[in-house]
Design a protein around this ligand. Sequence first.
Ligand SMILES: O=C([O-])CC(=O)C(=O)O
Ligand SMILES: [Mg+2]
Length: 529
Amino acid sequence: MSVNRFPPHFANTDHRERCLAQLRSKPVALEKYIYLNGLKGRDSNLFYNILLENMPEMIPILYTPTVGDACVNYSHIWRRPEGLYVSIEDKGRIREVLSTWSNIHDSRIAVVTDGSRILGLGDLGANGLPISIGKLDLYIAGAGIKPNSTVPICLDLGTNTQRYLDDPLYIGIRRPRPSVQEMDEFMDEFMQAMKDVFPNLLIQFEDFSTDNAFRYLDRYRHQYRVFNDDIQGTGSVILSGFINAAGLSSAASGRSLSDHKVLFFGAGSAGIGVAKQLLSFFTMLGMSPEEARSRIYTVDSKGLITADRKGLQEHKKFFARTDYSGPQMTNLVDIINYVKPTALLGLSTLKNAFSEGVVKAMCAHNERPVIFPLSNPVHLSEVEYQDAIQWSNGKVIFASGSPYKPVTHNGVTYEPGQGNNMYIFPGIGLGSILSKARHISDGMVEKAAIALSSSLDAEEQAAQLVYPRLTRIRDISSKIAFAVIRQAQKEKLDENAYLRTLPDADLLGLIQDKMWQPQMLHLWSVPRL
Ligand SMILES: O=C([O-])CC(=O)C(=O)O
Ligand SMILES: [Mg+2]
Protein backbone atom coordinates (compact mmCIF):
# COMPACT_ATOMS: atom_id res chain seq x y z
CA MET A 1 0.00 0.00 0.00
CA SER A 2 1.26 3.44 -0.90
CA VAL A 3 2.06 5.78 1.98
CA ASN A 4 0.90 8.60 -0.29
CA ARG A 5 -2.75 7.61 -0.18
CA PHE A 6 -4.99 10.64 0.42
CA PRO A 7 -7.51 10.36 3.24
CA PRO A 8 -10.60 8.88 1.57
CA HIS A 9 -12.78 11.86 2.35
CA PHE A 10 -10.16 14.51 1.68
CA ALA A 11 -11.88 15.46 -1.56
CA ASN A 12 -14.95 16.49 0.40
CA THR A 13 -13.00 19.27 2.07
CA ASP A 14 -11.69 22.50 0.63
CA HIS A 15 -7.94 22.27 0.95
CA ARG A 16 -7.58 25.99 0.27
CA GLU A 17 -9.37 26.73 3.55
CA ARG A 18 -6.95 24.40 5.34
CA CYS A 19 -3.97 26.22 3.83
CA LEU A 20 -5.37 29.61 4.76
CA ALA A 21 -5.98 28.44 8.33
CA GLN A 22 -2.37 27.23 8.56
CA LEU A 23 -1.15 30.51 7.11
CA ARG A 24 -3.20 32.57 9.56
CA SER A 25 -2.02 30.52 12.52
CA LYS A 26 1.57 31.74 12.05
CA PRO A 27 2.18 34.68 14.38
CA VAL A 28 5.23 36.09 12.60
CA ALA A 29 5.10 37.55 9.09
CA LEU A 30 8.35 35.87 8.02
CA GLU A 31 6.92 32.48 9.05
CA LYS A 32 3.94 33.17 6.83
CA TYR A 33 6.36 33.88 3.99
CA ILE A 34 8.19 30.61 4.63
CA TYR A 35 4.91 28.72 4.74
CA LEU A 36 3.72 30.19 1.44
CA ASN A 37 7.06 29.57 -0.16
CA GLY A 38 6.84 25.91 0.87
CA LEU A 39 3.29 25.70 -0.46
CA LYS A 40 4.43 27.07 -3.80
CA GLY A 41 7.13 24.40 -3.95
CA ARG A 42 4.64 21.61 -3.16
CA ASP A 43 1.79 22.70 -5.41
CA SER A 44 2.15 25.88 -7.41
CA ASN A 45 -1.38 25.71 -8.86
CA LEU A 46 -2.81 25.66 -5.38
CA PHE A 47 -0.51 28.47 -4.29
CA TYR A 48 -1.50 30.77 -7.17
CA ASN A 49 -5.13 29.90 -6.76
CA ILE A 50 -5.03 30.99 -3.14
CA LEU A 51 -3.01 34.07 -4.04
CA LEU A 52 -5.51 35.16 -6.68
CA GLU A 53 -8.41 34.72 -4.28
CA ASN A 54 -6.74 36.52 -1.37
CA MET A 55 -4.54 39.24 -2.82
CA PRO A 56 -4.99 41.95 -0.16
CA GLU A 57 -3.97 39.43 2.52
CA MET A 58 -1.18 37.66 0.67
CA ILE A 59 0.55 40.41 -1.28
CA PRO A 60 1.96 42.10 1.84
CA ILE A 61 3.58 38.74 2.70
CA LEU A 62 4.98 37.77 -0.70
CA TYR A 63 5.87 41.33 -1.51
CA THR A 64 6.56 44.50 0.46
CA PRO A 65 6.86 44.66 3.45
CA THR A 66 7.52 40.98 4.37
CA VAL A 67 9.62 40.18 1.30
CA GLY A 68 12.06 42.68 2.82
CA ASP A 69 12.44 40.41 5.90
CA ALA A 70 12.82 37.43 3.59
CA CYS A 71 15.66 39.15 1.76
CA VAL A 72 17.45 40.32 4.90
CA ASN A 73 17.32 36.74 6.26
CA TYR A 74 17.49 34.80 3.00
CA SER A 75 20.74 33.00 3.75
CA HIS A 76 19.13 31.68 6.93
CA ILE A 77 15.72 30.69 5.56
CA TRP A 78 16.99 29.22 2.29
CA ARG A 79 15.40 25.82 1.52
CA ARG A 80 15.70 25.02 -2.16
CA PRO A 81 16.99 26.56 -5.37
CA GLU A 82 14.29 28.83 -6.77
CA GLY A 83 15.98 31.20 -9.18
CA LEU A 84 19.09 31.77 -11.19
CA TYR A 85 22.29 33.07 -9.63
CA VAL A 86 24.94 34.53 -11.88
CA SER A 87 28.16 35.26 -10.07
CA ILE A 88 30.95 37.67 -10.88
CA GLU A 89 33.12 34.54 -10.99
CA ASP A 90 31.06 33.41 -14.00
CA LYS A 91 32.53 36.23 -16.10
CA GLY A 92 33.67 34.76 -19.40
CA ARG A 93 31.11 31.93 -19.30
CA ILE A 94 27.83 33.65 -18.44
CA ARG A 95 26.12 32.18 -21.50
CA GLU A 96 26.84 28.66 -20.21
CA VAL A 97 25.43 29.50 -16.79
CA LEU A 98 22.23 30.96 -18.26
CA SER A 99 21.87 27.91 -20.47
CA THR A 100 21.36 25.74 -17.39
CA TRP A 101 17.89 27.26 -16.86
CA SER A 102 15.24 24.61 -17.39
CA ASN A 103 12.53 26.55 -19.24
CA ILE A 104 14.55 28.52 -21.76
CA HIS A 105 12.09 28.04 -24.56
CA ASP A 106 9.09 29.29 -22.56
CA SER A 107 10.88 32.14 -20.79
CA ARG A 108 9.37 35.59 -21.41
CA ILE A 109 10.26 37.77 -18.45
CA ALA A 110 13.22 38.02 -16.08
CA VAL A 111 13.46 40.23 -13.03
CA VAL A 112 17.14 40.90 -12.41
CA THR A 113 18.57 42.40 -9.23
CA ASP A 114 22.15 42.74 -8.06
CA GLY A 115 20.93 43.05 -4.46
CA SER A 116 22.71 46.36 -3.99
CA ARG A 117 19.67 48.39 -2.88
CA ILE A 118 16.82 46.10 -1.94
CA LEU A 119 13.73 48.22 -1.17
CA GLY A 120 15.10 50.80 1.28
CA LEU A 121 17.16 48.15 3.06
CA GLY A 122 20.52 48.75 1.44
CA ASP A 123 23.08 46.30 0.08
CA LEU A 124 21.84 42.76 0.77
CA GLY A 125 24.14 41.04 -1.72
CA ALA A 126 23.08 37.56 -2.78
CA ASN A 127 20.16 37.73 -0.34
CA GLY A 128 18.29 39.84 -2.88
CA LEU A 129 16.75 36.97 -4.85
CA PRO A 130 13.33 37.04 -3.08
CA ILE A 131 12.63 40.51 -4.51
CA SER A 132 12.89 39.08 -8.03
CA ILE A 133 10.65 36.19 -7.02
CA GLY A 134 8.11 38.51 -5.35
CA LYS A 135 7.89 40.76 -8.40
CA LEU A 136 7.38 37.75 -10.65
CA ASP A 137 4.61 36.42 -8.41
CA LEU A 138 2.85 39.71 -9.05
CA TYR A 139 3.33 39.25 -12.78
CA ILE A 140 1.72 35.85 -12.48
CA ALA A 141 -1.12 36.92 -10.18
CA GLY A 142 -1.63 40.42 -11.54
CA ALA A 143 -1.13 39.97 -15.26
CA GLY A 144 -1.60 36.25 -15.81
CA ILE A 145 1.97 35.62 -16.99
CA LYS A 146 2.61 31.86 -16.96
CA PRO A 147 4.74 30.76 -13.99
CA ASN A 148 7.10 28.74 -16.17
CA SER A 149 7.82 31.76 -18.35
CA THR A 150 9.29 33.73 -15.45
CA VAL A 151 13.00 33.84 -14.59
CA PRO A 152 14.06 35.30 -11.22
CA ILE A 153 17.72 36.31 -11.33
CA CYS A 154 20.12 37.54 -8.69
CA LEU A 155 23.54 38.74 -9.77
CA ASP A 156 26.01 37.77 -7.08
CA LEU A 157 28.65 40.47 -7.35
CA GLY A 158 29.77 40.61 -3.73
CA THR A 159 28.47 42.88 -1.00
CA ASN A 160 29.76 45.82 0.97
CA THR A 161 27.67 44.78 3.98
CA GLN A 162 30.15 43.50 6.52
CA ARG A 163 27.66 41.52 8.62
CA TYR A 164 26.96 39.32 5.60
CA LEU A 165 30.62 38.86 4.80
CA ASP A 166 31.05 37.72 8.42
CA ASP A 167 27.97 35.46 8.45
CA PRO A 168 29.00 31.78 8.15
CA LEU A 169 25.65 30.98 6.45
CA TYR A 170 25.84 33.80 3.88
CA ILE A 171 25.10 32.22 0.48
CA GLY A 172 26.91 34.77 -1.66
CA ILE A 173 30.48 35.30 -2.73
CA ARG A 174 32.57 36.83 0.06
CA ARG A 175 34.09 39.87 -1.56
CA PRO A 176 33.37 43.57 -1.80
CA ARG A 177 31.45 44.90 -4.79
CA PRO A 178 33.42 45.33 -8.01
CA SER A 179 34.83 48.52 -9.48
CA VAL A 180 32.74 50.37 -12.05
CA GLN A 181 34.86 48.96 -14.86
CA GLU A 182 34.67 45.36 -13.66
CA MET A 183 30.91 45.65 -13.19
CA ASP A 184 30.40 47.26 -16.62
CA GLU A 185 32.30 44.41 -18.28
CA PHE A 186 30.20 41.90 -16.37
CA MET A 187 26.93 43.63 -17.25
CA ASP A 188 27.83 43.95 -20.95
CA GLU A 189 28.54 40.23 -21.12
CA PHE A 190 25.43 39.40 -19.08
CA MET A 191 23.08 41.43 -21.27
CA GLN A 192 24.45 40.01 -24.50
CA ALA A 193 24.31 36.47 -23.08
CA MET A 194 20.69 37.03 -21.98
CA LYS A 195 19.77 38.04 -25.50
CA ASP A 196 21.54 35.04 -27.00
CA VAL A 197 20.09 32.49 -24.60
CA PHE A 198 16.60 33.98 -24.14
CA PRO A 199 15.80 35.76 -27.42
CA ASN A 200 12.17 36.53 -26.46
CA LEU A 201 12.79 37.80 -22.99
CA LEU A 202 11.86 41.12 -21.39
CA ILE A 203 14.24 42.18 -18.61
CA GLN A 204 13.11 44.16 -15.59
CA PHE A 205 16.00 45.70 -13.64
CA GLU A 206 15.20 45.80 -9.95
CA ASP A 207 16.81 47.39 -6.93
CA PHE A 208 20.20 48.29 -8.34
CA SER A 209 21.93 51.06 -6.41
CA THR A 210 21.03 54.52 -7.65
CA ASP A 211 23.96 55.29 -9.94
CA ASN A 212 23.92 51.86 -11.52
CA ALA A 213 20.15 51.94 -11.94
CA PHE A 214 20.41 55.05 -14.09
CA ARG A 215 23.60 54.01 -15.85
CA TYR A 216 22.43 50.59 -16.95
CA LEU A 217 19.02 51.80 -18.00
CA ASP A 218 20.64 54.44 -20.25
CA ARG A 219 23.26 52.02 -21.48
CA TYR A 220 20.91 49.22 -22.50
CA ARG A 221 17.44 50.60 -23.10
CA HIS A 222 17.94 51.23 -26.81
CA GLN A 223 19.80 47.99 -27.36
CA TYR A 224 17.74 45.45 -25.43
CA ARG A 225 14.15 44.88 -24.30
CA VAL A 226 14.63 46.24 -20.80
CA PHE A 227 13.11 48.62 -18.28
CA ASN A 228 13.91 49.69 -14.75
CA ASP A 229 11.09 49.18 -12.28
CA ASP A 230 12.41 51.60 -9.65
CA ILE A 231 12.87 54.44 -12.12
CA GLN A 232 10.17 53.89 -14.73
CA GLY A 233 7.69 51.67 -12.86
CA THR A 234 7.67 53.84 -9.75
CA GLY A 235 7.62 56.99 -11.88
CA SER A 236 4.65 55.74 -13.82
CA VAL A 237 2.64 54.60 -10.80
CA ILE A 238 3.19 57.89 -8.99
CA LEU A 239 2.31 59.92 -12.06
CA SER A 240 -0.91 57.96 -12.15
CA GLY A 241 -1.73 58.48 -8.46
CA PHE A 242 -0.72 62.12 -8.70
CA ILE A 243 -3.11 62.75 -11.59
CA ASN A 244 -5.97 61.55 -9.37
CA ALA A 245 -4.67 63.19 -6.19
CA ALA A 246 -4.16 66.54 -7.91
CA GLY A 247 -7.73 66.32 -9.20
CA LEU A 248 -9.08 65.71 -5.67
CA SER A 249 -6.89 68.46 -4.20
CA SER A 250 -7.88 71.01 -6.86
CA ALA A 251 -11.56 70.10 -6.46
CA ALA A 252 -11.26 70.93 -2.74
CA SER A 253 -9.27 74.15 -3.12
CA GLY A 254 -10.77 75.47 -6.35
CA ARG A 255 -7.21 76.03 -7.60
CA SER A 256 -6.29 75.13 -11.14
CA LEU A 257 -4.35 71.93 -11.91
CA SER A 258 -1.56 74.03 -13.34
CA ASP A 259 -1.02 75.61 -9.89
CA HIS A 260 0.41 72.39 -8.47
CA LYS A 261 3.96 72.34 -7.14
CA VAL A 262 5.67 69.19 -5.98
CA LEU A 263 8.36 68.82 -3.37
CA PHE A 264 10.40 65.62 -3.48
CA PHE A 265 12.03 64.53 -0.26
CA GLY A 266 14.71 62.03 -1.34
CA ALA A 267 16.69 62.27 -4.58
CA GLY A 268 17.87 58.72 -5.29
CA SER A 269 16.93 56.64 -8.37
CA ALA A 270 13.31 56.42 -7.34
CA GLY A 271 13.03 60.10 -6.34
CA ILE A 272 14.52 61.52 -9.52
CA GLY A 273 12.83 58.87 -11.68
CA VAL A 274 9.44 59.82 -10.25
CA ALA A 275 10.17 63.54 -10.55
CA LYS A 276 11.04 63.14 -14.24
CA GLN A 277 7.89 61.16 -14.86
CA LEU A 278 5.78 63.81 -13.11
CA LEU A 279 6.97 66.37 -15.67
CA SER A 280 4.45 64.89 -18.05
CA PHE A 281 1.60 65.79 -15.66
CA PHE A 282 2.50 69.43 -16.31
CA THR A 283 3.34 69.13 -20.01
CA MET A 284 0.01 67.36 -20.56
CA LEU A 285 -1.58 70.56 -19.24
CA GLY A 286 0.18 72.46 -22.02
CA MET A 287 3.23 73.76 -20.15
CA SER A 288 6.64 73.97 -21.80
CA PRO A 289 9.26 71.46 -20.55
CA GLU A 290 11.04 74.33 -18.80
CA GLU A 291 7.89 75.52 -17.05
CA ALA A 292 7.08 71.95 -16.02
CA ARG A 293 10.53 71.54 -14.54
CA SER A 294 10.08 74.72 -12.50
CA ARG A 295 7.14 73.07 -10.66
CA ILE A 296 9.41 70.48 -9.10
CA TYR A 297 11.71 70.93 -6.12
CA THR A 298 14.03 68.26 -4.79
CA VAL A 299 15.49 67.80 -1.32
CA ASP A 300 18.22 65.40 -0.23
CA SER A 301 19.99 64.82 3.08
CA LYS A 302 21.73 68.18 2.71
CA GLY A 303 18.51 70.14 2.11
CA LEU A 304 16.96 71.90 -0.88
CA ILE A 305 18.98 70.97 -3.96
CA THR A 306 20.32 74.09 -5.59
CA ALA A 307 22.51 74.44 -8.66
CA ASP A 308 25.22 76.29 -6.77
CA ARG A 309 25.91 73.34 -4.47
CA LYS A 310 29.45 71.96 -4.88
CA GLY A 311 29.98 68.34 -5.99
CA LEU A 312 26.33 67.73 -6.86
CA GLN A 313 25.79 64.18 -8.19
CA GLU A 314 25.00 64.00 -11.89
CA HIS A 315 21.44 62.71 -11.52
CA LYS A 316 20.53 65.54 -9.13
CA LYS A 317 21.49 68.36 -11.49
CA PHE A 318 18.37 68.32 -13.63
CA PHE A 319 16.05 69.60 -10.89
CA ALA A 320 18.61 71.71 -9.01
CA ARG A 321 17.08 75.14 -8.40
CA THR A 322 18.65 78.17 -9.99
CA ASP A 323 16.14 80.57 -8.43
CA TYR A 324 17.33 80.23 -4.84
CA SER A 325 20.74 81.36 -3.71
CA GLY A 326 20.35 82.14 -0.01
CA PRO A 327 21.97 80.08 2.75
CA GLN A 328 21.55 76.30 2.40
CA MET A 329 17.99 75.47 3.49
CA THR A 330 17.99 72.21 5.44
CA ASN A 331 14.87 72.16 7.60
CA LEU A 332 11.90 70.55 5.86
CA VAL A 333 9.32 72.84 7.49
CA ASP A 334 11.33 75.91 6.37
CA ILE A 335 11.56 74.45 2.86
CA ILE A 336 7.78 73.85 2.78
CA ASN A 337 7.10 77.40 3.95
CA TYR A 338 9.41 78.73 1.24
CA VAL A 339 8.18 76.52 -1.65
CA LYS A 340 4.50 76.22 -0.61
CA PRO A 341 4.10 72.90 -2.41
CA THR A 342 0.72 71.33 -3.00
CA ALA A 343 2.28 67.88 -2.82
CA LEU A 344 5.05 66.33 -0.72
CA LEU A 345 6.50 63.04 -1.94
CA GLY A 346 8.88 61.01 0.23
CA LEU A 347 11.43 58.65 -1.31
CA SER A 348 14.08 59.03 1.36
CA THR A 349 13.86 55.83 3.45
CA LEU A 350 13.91 58.14 6.49
CA LYS A 351 11.34 56.84 8.93
CA ASN A 352 9.03 59.52 10.37
CA ALA A 353 10.74 62.32 8.43
CA PHE A 354 7.28 63.84 7.90
CA SER A 355 6.71 65.00 11.46
CA GLU A 356 3.60 66.63 12.86
CA GLY A 357 5.18 70.01 12.04
CA VAL A 358 5.71 68.94 8.42
CA VAL A 359 2.15 67.68 7.96
CA LYS A 360 0.75 70.81 9.60
CA ALA A 361 2.89 73.06 7.40
CA MET A 362 1.47 71.27 4.34
CA CYS A 363 -2.05 71.83 5.73
CA ALA A 364 -1.34 75.53 6.30
CA HIS A 365 -0.78 75.98 2.57
CA ASN A 366 -3.40 73.58 1.25
CA GLU A 367 -7.05 72.75 1.82
CA ARG A 368 -6.18 69.11 1.05
CA PRO A 369 -2.44 68.47 0.85
CA VAL A 370 -1.11 65.55 -1.17
CA ILE A 371 1.33 63.56 0.95
CA PHE A 372 2.87 60.38 -0.44
CA PRO A 373 5.42 58.67 1.88
CA LEU A 374 6.72 56.18 -0.67
CA SER A 375 9.70 54.54 1.03
CA ASN A 376 9.64 50.76 1.42
CA PRO A 377 9.19 48.62 3.39
CA VAL A 378 6.63 49.98 5.78
CA HIS A 379 8.99 50.52 8.72
CA LEU A 380 10.87 53.09 6.61
CA SER A 381 7.77 55.09 5.69
CA GLU A 382 8.18 58.87 6.10
CA VAL A 383 4.86 59.02 7.98
CA GLU A 384 2.34 56.51 9.27
CA TYR A 385 -1.16 56.74 7.85
CA GLN A 386 -2.71 57.06 11.28
CA ASP A 387 -0.54 60.10 12.06
CA ALA A 388 -1.09 61.74 8.68
CA ILE A 389 -4.86 61.48 9.13
CA GLN A 390 -4.79 62.72 12.69
CA TRP A 391 -2.42 65.65 12.12
CA SER A 392 -4.30 66.78 9.00
CA ASN A 393 -7.70 66.13 10.57
CA GLY A 394 -8.59 63.75 7.74
CA LYS A 395 -7.66 66.25 5.00
CA VAL A 396 -4.58 64.50 3.64
CA ILE A 397 -4.67 62.79 0.23
CA PHE A 398 -2.39 59.89 0.96
CA ALA A 399 -0.56 57.09 -0.81
CA SER A 400 2.32 55.09 0.65
CA GLY A 401 4.79 52.66 -0.93
CA SER A 402 3.88 49.81 1.41
CA PRO A 403 0.38 48.96 2.57
CA TYR A 404 -1.50 50.59 5.44
CA LYS A 405 -4.88 49.62 6.80
CA PRO A 406 -7.85 52.03 6.77
CA VAL A 407 -8.00 54.45 9.71
CA THR A 408 -11.04 55.79 11.57
CA HIS A 409 -10.79 59.36 12.85
CA ASN A 410 -13.66 61.28 14.46
CA GLY A 411 -16.05 58.57 13.34
CA VAL A 412 -15.00 58.67 9.66
CA THR A 413 -13.07 55.81 8.07
CA TYR A 414 -10.36 56.82 5.59
CA GLU A 415 -8.71 54.48 3.08
CA PRO A 416 -5.06 54.92 2.11
CA GLY A 417 -3.70 54.46 -1.41
CA GLN A 418 -0.70 52.24 -2.10
CA GLY A 419 1.51 54.01 -4.61
CA ASN A 420 3.57 50.97 -5.42
CA ASN A 421 4.94 50.00 -8.80
CA MET A 422 3.07 46.67 -8.42
CA TYR A 423 0.10 48.34 -10.09
CA ILE A 424 2.06 49.11 -13.20
CA PHE A 425 4.87 46.67 -14.00
CA PRO A 426 2.63 43.64 -14.59
CA GLY A 427 0.69 45.57 -17.25
CA ILE A 428 3.80 47.10 -18.84
CA GLY A 429 5.36 43.65 -18.96
CA LEU A 430 2.29 41.95 -20.38
CA GLY A 431 1.84 44.64 -23.06
CA SER A 432 5.50 44.51 -24.03
CA ILE A 433 5.54 40.72 -24.20
CA LEU A 434 2.36 40.43 -26.27
CA SER A 435 3.33 43.18 -28.71
CA LYS A 436 6.92 41.86 -28.82
CA ALA A 437 8.10 45.42 -28.33
CA ARG A 438 11.78 45.82 -29.17
CA HIS A 439 12.20 48.51 -26.50
CA ILE A 440 10.19 50.05 -23.69
CA SER A 441 9.80 53.71 -24.59
CA ASP A 442 8.99 56.69 -22.37
CA GLY A 443 5.73 56.96 -24.28
CA MET A 444 4.75 53.41 -23.32
CA VAL A 445 5.50 54.13 -19.66
CA GLU A 446 3.49 57.35 -19.74
CA LYS A 447 0.52 55.72 -21.42
CA ALA A 448 0.61 53.01 -18.75
CA ALA A 449 0.28 55.70 -16.07
CA ILE A 450 -2.66 57.34 -17.78
CA ALA A 451 -4.39 54.00 -18.25
CA LEU A 452 -3.96 53.25 -14.54
CA SER A 453 -5.24 56.66 -13.45
CA SER A 454 -8.37 56.27 -15.53
CA SER A 455 -9.05 52.70 -14.43
CA LEU A 456 -10.93 53.61 -11.23
CA ASP A 457 -14.52 52.46 -11.29
CA ALA A 458 -17.48 54.53 -10.04
CA GLU A 459 -17.33 53.14 -6.51
CA GLU A 460 -13.57 53.81 -6.23
CA GLN A 461 -14.06 57.35 -7.49
CA ALA A 462 -16.90 57.95 -5.04
CA ALA A 463 -14.61 56.73 -2.23
CA GLN A 464 -12.05 59.33 -3.42
CA LEU A 465 -9.32 56.73 -3.93
CA VAL A 466 -6.19 57.58 -5.88
CA TYR A 467 -5.57 53.98 -6.98
CA PRO A 468 -8.04 51.24 -7.84
CA ARG A 469 -8.55 48.30 -5.52
CA LEU A 470 -5.98 45.53 -5.77
CA THR A 471 -8.66 42.89 -6.11
CA ARG A 472 -9.21 44.20 -9.65
CA ILE A 473 -5.54 43.96 -10.63
CA ARG A 474 -6.09 41.66 -13.62
CA ASP A 475 -8.68 43.98 -15.08
CA ILE A 476 -6.37 46.95 -14.49
CA SER A 477 -3.34 45.14 -15.94
CA SER A 478 -5.28 44.33 -19.09
CA LYS A 479 -6.12 48.02 -19.57
CA ILE A 480 -2.52 49.02 -19.00
CA ALA A 481 -1.29 46.31 -21.39
CA PHE A 482 -3.75 47.57 -23.98
CA ALA A 483 -2.44 51.14 -23.70
CA VAL A 484 1.17 49.91 -23.83
CA ILE A 485 0.53 47.84 -26.96
CA ARG A 486 -1.20 50.69 -28.78
CA GLN A 487 1.65 53.05 -27.95
CA ALA A 488 4.29 50.49 -29.05
CA GLN A 489 2.41 50.23 -32.33
CA LYS A 490 2.29 54.00 -32.70
CA GLU A 491 6.04 54.20 -32.22
CA LYS A 492 6.59 51.17 -34.48
CA LEU A 493 8.39 49.29 -31.73
CA ASP A 494 6.13 46.24 -31.97
CA GLU A 495 7.05 43.05 -33.78
CA ASN A 496 3.69 41.34 -33.44
CA ALA A 497 2.00 42.70 -36.57
CA TYR A 498 -1.16 40.66 -35.98
CA LEU A 499 -2.19 42.77 -32.99
CA ARG A 500 -2.25 45.85 -35.22
CA THR A 501 -5.09 44.35 -37.21
CA LEU A 502 -7.34 43.96 -34.16
CA PRO A 503 -10.05 46.48 -33.29
CA ASP A 504 -9.89 47.74 -29.69
CA ALA A 505 -12.48 45.37 -28.24
CA ASP A 506 -10.78 42.35 -29.81
CA LEU A 507 -7.37 43.41 -28.60
CA LEU A 508 -8.66 43.78 -25.06
CA GLY A 509 -10.35 40.39 -25.37
CA LEU A 510 -7.13 38.78 -26.60
CA ILE A 511 -5.15 40.25 -23.69
CA GLN A 512 -7.66 38.84 -21.22
CA ASP A 513 -7.77 35.45 -22.93
CA LYS A 514 -3.99 35.15 -22.78
CA MET A 515 -3.97 35.42 -18.99
CA TRP A 516 -2.94 32.24 -17.29
CA GLN A 517 -5.33 30.74 -14.74
CA PRO A 518 -4.19 28.24 -12.14
CA GLN A 519 -5.63 24.76 -12.56
CA MET A 520 -7.27 23.08 -9.60
CA LEU A 521 -6.63 19.44 -10.42
CA HIS A 522 -5.16 18.43 -7.11
CA LEU A 523 -8.08 19.83 -5.23
CA TRP A 524 -11.00 18.59 -7.24
CA SER A 525 -9.84 15.18 -8.38
CA VAL A 526 -7.73 13.64 -5.71
CA PRO A 527 -6.27 10.42 -7.09
CA ARG A 528 -7.89 7.37 -5.44
CA LEU A 529 -4.88 5.13 -4.99
O1 LIG B 1 9.27 46.52 -4.30
C1 LIG B 1 8.55 47.46 -3.94
O2 LIG B 1 7.69 47.38 -3.08
C2 LIG B 1 8.69 48.77 -4.65
C3 LIG B 1 10.04 48.91 -5.17
O3 LIG B 1 10.34 48.56 -6.29
C4 LIG B 1 11.10 49.33 -4.23
O4 LIG B 1 10.80 49.84 -3.15
O5 LIG B 1 12.26 49.15 -4.59
MG1 LIG C 1 12.35 48.06 -6.38
